[in-house]
Design a protein around this ligand. Sequence first.
Ligand code: AGP
Length: 615
Amino acid sequence: MCGIVGYIGTKHAYPILIKGLERLEYRGYDSAGVAMISESGGLNVYKAKGKVSDLKAFCEEKDTTGCAGIAHTRWATHGEPNSTNAHPHFSASGRLALIHNGIIENYITLKEKLVSRGIQFRSATDSEVLVQLVEYIMQSNGIELLEAVQVALHQVIGAYAIAILDREHPDTIICARQSSPLVVGLGNDEAFYLASDASPIAEYTDKVVYLNDGDIAVLQLGQELKVVNMDNETQTPNVKQIDVTLGQLEKGGYPYFMLKEIFEQPSCLRDCMRGRINVDADRITLSAVIDYREKLVNARRIIIVACGTSWHAGLIGKQLFESLCRIPVSVEYASEFRYRDPVIYPDDVVIAISQSGETADTLAAIELARKAGAFVFGVCNAIGASIPRQTTTGVYIHVGPEIGVASTKAFTGQVTVLSMLALCIANERRTIHGDQYKEMVKELTQIPAKMELALKTNEQIERLAPIFTYAKNCLYLGRGYNYPVALEGALKLKEISYIHAEGYPAAEMKHGPIALIDSEMPVFVIATRDRLYEKVISNIQEVRARGGRVTALVTEGDTQIQKFADHIITLPDTMDCFQPLIASIPLQLLAYHIAVCKGKDVDRPRNLAKSVTVE
Ligand code: AGP
């Protein structure tokens, strides 16, 4: 997820662009750039690795004049974070500059076609393909920018929000959207603003047009906003009034980033699977498995190293790899693993899971594994972070920047990648039947829609939350694939509401923790329909027999549970191995609403940091 900003009007564009980038920096911050058509008619493009402040420093001595410009803050999806891969990208002739938010799935095919026609590329990004393709179409057909954009976008598969400057037409910006948000602001002084969301626009105007998929907008000075589609059919812009605060705008209208990130999980998992599960949903393609097939398919043992929520994802990965691939897995707290002189064999596969890619203990565990000659694989979110650079290969989870300190979408993104990886390897090892593989891949593609159903429990959970705000201790119980979900649910509650909570295997509760049970300690049980359901019901009865009060997460259609639970949260059904992706959602919401009831700062909980880069 990147941030896009544009301006065309009578004012100096540069300060508006920079301020807009600063408002969007939460969307991505590994590099940034601006392009302006200067007073002398030149197209100036300035780009820098790092934050917007680094770009500002870089531009200090530069020509930043001009009343038309576009700007971009990047969250890398293709190509390392550096100034070459930063946007804006300009065309071969230098006439056009383009910024892009999204993923072009068929960029390799398009790039190969352009290279075969002699086009030279500067960057490793998918975005540069767009600007080169547009200019190639303009030059080879002798047409103007708008028509060339329409022709080009007919060839593109993927998600994009783009804006293009043409040095030959300094009074115009052309932008377009498909599956990535783009907002046009209608300035009071005939100026036009554009951005990924309304937050950079709100201080200049409250009149905006949220572009729809397929829209191409022409922002031309002195003219009304013109919107057409790829077939040049005129679209009627729907002008809306912005009615939320700037702070809320940055959070997409949500009160906290955490709630926004909980709700964006379905779309994030679609991004995570995009280009990896083909549209017929009958196979998974991971380049890391293709490039390192021997290592992964012939692995005799997998060691997963991680911390916190990522460690919980690793526990789910263990069950996936063992049940699907029949490969033994050990899941290690990185902080323990690095100091206990572990046995590591050269033919071990070590998988490091980390949202930030900067966790010191996980980095140290990787170093230990590399020294022992093991094959090290990363599952990360932050492109180009330390862990992806220190592992031989890996898979990015592509869920966009996670701002809330309590990890939510990164957790489900990690579990999704681990699911795809396990299915891919199992299919190669033939440890699952072809039909089962296809059925599981298809079910995995259904998960985002099922998550949307699970998110509908939000209002019920918001009503329930006050009941639990008094609690000093809570117990979370689950079995099988849902045991790590119990751990994760407990961690969420602890870290944002400061209520002590413990996750436990439901059956293990009898070996001690059952002594804690009384009517003062809420017990949350994941009792969704799986092969251990009846066992979990027995565990619930053990809790109830001792006066415990149970909130149960169950699968829709469950007719037994009302006899055993005080509160019931109903979820859509799915395969056992994918239940964590569904069951974790109500527990994320529960922790969130309890913390809000207790007046806690949900996005910045006390004592915590988003990334623990020290040991
Ligand atoms: C999760 O909600 C916590 N913020 C924390 O446990 C986190 O998962 C842990 O610090 C690991 O971070 P990483 O995934 O960036 O390595």
